[in-house]
Design a protein. Structure first.
Length: 221
C-alpha cells in the first residue's frame, strides 16, 4: 500500500497545487496505487464522519473560548484516529505518511495548512500528537494542563525516546493520587534537566524507568 498526499508541484513549467503524490518506502506499483486511491477515499469519508461526530458533541462550536474546548476536542479527535492501527486499513510501514495525508481531508479539524512538522517530521505533527494524547486516560490528560503543555511533553518524549511516553502511560494510578497543579509542566522541565545532552536510548528499560520514577517521586513529594 501507499499513501496519497497532495503537494504543490511544478508541472509543465507551472506551479500546480493539490497534485497527488503516492508516498511509500517501497516502489509504488499499479496495484499499490489503486490501494492508495481507495485509502484516500476512506480518509475523506472518515474525516467527514469524525467532523460530524465532534460537531454533534458541541466541540466544533467556535463561539466557545479555546481553553474551554481545545484540549477535549483534540483528545476526542485523537480517539477517532485509532483506525490507523488497523493493518487492514493501513500498512504499518506507511503509518508515518498518514499524519500528513490527514491534512488533505481535515478541513476545520486541522489547526491550519500542513506545516514543517507535517511535511518533514510527521511523528511530531498535529494529528500524530492528537492520536498520542488519546492513548492517555482523559482525567490524566485534563489534569496535566492545556494543549501546549502536552505538546511540549510530546516534543521531548517523542523526539528523545518514545519509551518516556510509554512510561507515562503506566503512571496513571500514581498521578491520580496526587494531581498536583502543573505536574506535567514540572515533569517536562525535570526530564529536560535530567536528560540534557544525554542519549537515553543507551539505557536499559529498567534503568530508564528508574530515573523516570525518581523524577516523578520528587515532583510529587
Amino acid at each position: 500500500m501507499a499513501v496519497i498526499i497532495r503537494e504543490t508541484r511544478i508541472l509543465g513549467g507551472k506551479s500546480v497545487a493539490g497534485t497527488k503524490v503516492y508516498k511509500s518506502d517501497r516502489f509504488v506499483t499499479k496495484e499499490m496505487a489503486h490501494e492508495a486511491d481507495r485509502l484516500d477515499i476512506f480518509l475523506k469519508d472518515k474525516m467527514n464522519e469524525i467532523r460530524k461526530k465532534l460537531h454533534d458533541m458541541g466541540l466544533l462550536d467556535q463561539n466557545k473560548k479555546k481553553r474551554e474546548y481545545i484540549l477535549k476536542l483534540r483528545y476526542e479527535l485523537g480517539k477517532r484516529l485509532s483506525f490507523v492501527d488497523d493493518p487492514k486499513v493501513l500498512h504499518p510501514d506507511d503509518k508515518k505518511y498518514i499524519w500528513r495525508a490527514l491534512f488533505d481531508h481535515a478541513q476545520d479539524l486541522a489547526p491550519g495548512t500542513p506545516d514543517e512538522r507535517a511535511n518533514n517530521r510527521p511523528k511530531t505533527s498535529f494529528f500524530a500528537y492528537c492520536y498520542k494524547l488519546a492513548k492517555v486516560p482523559w482525567d490524566i490528560v485534563e489534569s496535566g494542563g492545556d494543549w501546549s503543555s502536552w505538546q511540549r511533553f510530546f516534543d521531548l518524549a517523542i523526539k528523545r525516546d518514545e519509551r518516556i511516553f510509554v512510561w507515562l502511560g503506566k503512571q496513571s494510578d500514581k498521578l491520580r493520587s496526587s494531581f498536583k497543579k502543573n505536574w506535567l509542566k514540572e515533569t517536562t522541565k525535570s526530564l529536560t534537566d535530567q536528560f540534557h545532552n544525554r542519549d537515553t536510548t543507551v539505557l536499559s528499560e529498567a534503568e530508564l524507568e528508574q530515573e523516570l520514577t525518581n523524577i516523578l517521586e520528587k515532583i510529587n513529594a
